[in-house]
Each structure stands twice: as structure tokens, then as C-alpha cells.
Write a protein that binds this ligand. Structure first.
Ligand SMILES: NC(=O)c1ccc[n+]([C@@H]2O[C@H](COP(=O)([O-])OP(=O)(O)OC[C@H]3O[C@@H](n4cnc5c(N)ncnc54)[C@H](OP(=O)(O)O)[C@@H]3O)[C@@H](O)[C@H]2O)c1
Length: 362
């Protein structure tokens, strides 16, 4: 590959401002880094949080989420990316480049959430016949139709958790059962909490009675992080009970981004929980944790050594994890494709699919 001197990247100018295509120097690899020419990337809600809410964003920053995108040269929405080799994994032969673009961010998020926030072991290699000690404890994946949720179901199933409950739009229920959900519920139902609790009690009775403490649902992953749409019902409708741990995807969304609406976010999940539960929050016995996958490699040397380079490719090659269904975002340039993807997310038209687009025009 002939390395160019400069290449095109998409950068943010300011919150809710049009993005810009800029030319940036193509960084020569140093130390353990390699330079790759990118083919496809995906847009994720984090891009919208950055573009419209200014979250974790300085003017001029290059766009695109990677799990450790602290340096502009590591970011995904550009033609060339220079980053340490251990951050990359080889795409297995059974997976296309477009499919591969749907996987890393949220598969990594799921491993980080399990290990760091829920305290569930993520043993690698998984021993033959492995059964986790909490195998019969009900686990709720709220928002399982999301990208995080779909990978959570698959990874939990693979590690041997038998009672994984999911909330999602009914149109996804059959698909999500295929990914590992034991039972699915519509999160828009007024009595969704009662239904989840009834199913979880039933499952725990038929399992070993649950080992996670007194809560009916000891482990909850809030894949959405919406104050009123997910964390609110989980806490105020008492799905989370004393000794439950709730891992919430940050940022907590206070107001959703819309075509004419600036979003509002909070990064302190326990504080949002206090605002929902009022004075009873301290005595609720519920632990609320904000997930920060940004720190995944600081949290775990195993993940740094193996997650992108070995665990992800192996799980894909073995069919343990299926890439997410995706929609290709078209556009005449890298900038147009990025803007079109953001618009689709802003308009709320993304349900169960990942938005994937070409980073290069050639
Ligand atoms: N902090 C971290 O480490 C971290 C890491 C990864 C992601 N995140 C955050 O996690 C969130 C989800 O990311 P993603 O990529 O998985 O999103 P996504 O795939 O774009 O999520 C879209 C899905 O969200 C579901 N949804 C929306 N509101 C819901 C609600 N109130 N209850 C249940 N489901 C709801 C919809 O489900 P239906 O189609 O079923 O209606 C839709 O399919 C984003 O805010 C992202 O920034 C944080």
C-alpha cells in the first residue's frame, strides 16, 4: 500500500453545526501501531450524542467511535486509521467487511459491562462444560433490540445464563429469542414491569432459586440509558429491588435529540437514579452503575491482550456471535454519508439495524 501524505476525515465544528470534511496528515505508524486503509465504518448513537449534544467533543475532533479513540488518528470516520495493532482483529472468512463494521464497539461494550459493572465472569478461553455460578439468576436486558442488547443476549447465552429476559418492540421478539432471549416483553406495555417480574419469579423457581441475593432480577442491563424511557421504569416500577445491580449505558439521555431538538445528557447515573427515586434512593438497596467502555482496556489486561485480536474474531468465526443486521447509508462523499447517518438517527428511524457506510470513495 502506498501511504498518502494526507487523507479525508469528518470533523465536528460545534454542537448541532454541519460537519466538515477535512484533510488530515496520514500518521506514520510508531511503536506498536499499524496503518490501515479503512473500507467501512458504522454510525452509532455516540456520534449523535457528539454531533448534537457536544458530548466528549472538542471543535475540530475527527468523528467515529472506537472504544479507545482518545487520539484523532485512532478515530473511525476517516479514510486511513493509525492505531496500535492490538486494537485490531482479523475478520474471519465467514464475515463480510460490512458485517464486521457492525460488531466491535458493542460486543466490546458487553464484555466490559459484564465484567466491570455486573461482576459476571467472562472467562477466556471458556472451560469445557463451564456453568457460571449465577446461571439460573434472571438477567434483564432492557432494550434488547439495540445493538448493545443484541450482543448482550448472544454473549450471555454463550456463557451459560439460562434466564435472560428482554424488552424490545414486538417486531423483534422472534429474532431476539433466536439470539438467546428466554422471554421477550414490549417495553411500551403499561404493565411491562409486572410481566417481567412474574416471568423472572417463575424462572427462578424452576432454576435453583437464584443465587444473586433477594432480588427477583439481580442483574439488569439498561442498554438504552434513557431517564424516562428505560432507567425510569426499571427503578420506579421496582423491577430493580434490593441487591439488584443495574448497569446503565452512559450517557443517560434526559432529552432525546430530534430534528428541532437539542439533546440533554447526564453522566452521573446514580445521581439520575436519586432524581427518580427521591429520598428512598439511598435505602432502595439497588446499585446503579454507569457503563464507560471508554476505559475497557484500563479495566482489564485480558481485554486489552485478547478482546479485539482473539476473542472477537473467534466468536464470529464460531458463529457464537452473529453480526448485526445493517442498512447501508448512501451518499456522494464521506461527509454526505456521515451526515445522512446522523439524520436517520436524529429522526428516530433506526430500529434493530446498524448504519454502515463506506469511508472511502474509491
Ligand atoms: N457508555 C458506554 O460504554 C456505551 C457503549 C455502547 C453504547 N452506549 C450507548 O448505549 C445506547 C445504545 O446504543 P446502541 O448502539 O445499542 O443503540 P441502537 O442500536 O441505535 O438502539 C436503537 C434501539 O433502541 C431501542 N429503544 C429505544 N428506546 C427504547 C426504550 N425506551 N426501551 C427499550 N428499547 C428502546 C429501539 O428498540 P426497538 O426497535 O425494539 O423499539 C431501537 O431498536 C446509546 O446511547 C449509546 O451511546 C454506551
Amino acid at each position: 500500500m502506498t501511504t498518502p501524505r494526507t487523507h479525508t476525515a469528518v470533523a465536528v465544528v460545534g454542537a448541532r453545526q454541519p460537519l466538515e470534511a477535512i484533510r488530515v496528515p496520514t500518521a506514520s505508524p510508531e511503536a506498536d501501531e499499524i496503518l490501515i486503509r479503512s473500507q467501512f465504518t458504522a454510525s452509532t448513537p455516540l456520534d449523535l450524542h457528539r454531533a448534537d449534544g457536544g458530548l466528549l467533543q472538542q471543535p475540530g475532533d475527527i468523528f467515529g467511535s472506537t472504544t479507545v479513540g482518545v487520539k484523532p488518528r485512532y478515530r473511525a470516520h476517516q479514510e486511513y486509521v493509525t492505531a496500535p495493532e492490538w486494537m485490531f482483529g482479523k475478520i474471519p472468512e465467514n464475515i463480510t467487511a460490512e458485517e464486521a463494521a457492525t460488531v466491535p464497539e458493542n460486543l466490546i461494550t458487553v464484555f466490559n459491562t459484564m465484567a466491570t459493572d455486573l461482576g459476571l465472569p467472562t472467562r477466556w478461553p471458556k472451560p469445557e462444560g463451564y456453568v457460571p455460578s449465577n446461571a439460573d439468576d434472571p438477567i434483564l436486558v432492557w432494550g434488547a433490540g439495540s445493538s448493545v442488547g443484541q450482543f448482550a443476549l448472544q454473549v450471555l447465552r454463550w456463557y451459560g445464563y439460562r434466564h435472560v429476559l428482554a424488552t424490545a418492540s414486538p417486531s423483534h421478539h422472534e429474532y431476539l429469542r433466536g439470539l438467546g432471549a428466554s422471554a421477550c416483553f414490549d417495553y411500551r406495555d403499561a404493565d411491562v414491569a409486572e410481566k417481567v417480574l412474574a416471568a423472572a419469579s417463575e424462572m427462578a423457581q424452576h432454576g435453583n432459586g437464584g443465587k444473586g441475593g433477594s432480588a427477583v432480577v439481580p442483574f439488569i442491563i439498561d442498554c438504552i440509558g434513557s431517564r424516562n424511557g428505560s432507567l425510569g421504569p426499571i427503578l420506579t416500577k421496582k423491577i430493580a429491588q434490593p441487591s439488584s445491580v443495574v448497569a446503565v449505558m452512559l450517557p443517560v439521555i434526559l432529552t432525546h435529540a430530534g430534528p428541532d431538538q437539542a439533546p440533554e445528557y447526564a453522566m452521573d447515573a446514580p445521581e439520575v437514579a436519586r432524581s427518580l427515586l427521591g429520598p428512598g434512593a439511598e435505602s432502595s438497596g439497588v446499585t446503579v452503575k454507569g457503563v464507560r467502555t471508554f476505559f475497557v482496556y484500563e479495566n482489564s489486561p485480558l481485554f486489552k491482550a485478547k478482546l479485539p485480536s482473539e476473542i472477537m474474531p473467534a466468536l464470529l468465526a464460531q458463529g457464537v456471535v452473529t453480526p448485526q443486521r445493517f442498512r447501508i447509508v448512501e451518499g456522494g462523499s464521506i461527509l454526505e454519508r456521515e451526515e445522512n447517518a446522523l439524520r436517520q438517527m436524529r429522526e428516530g428511524g433506526v430500529s434493530g439495524v446498524k448504519l454502515v457506510w463506506r469511508t472511502s470513495d474509491q
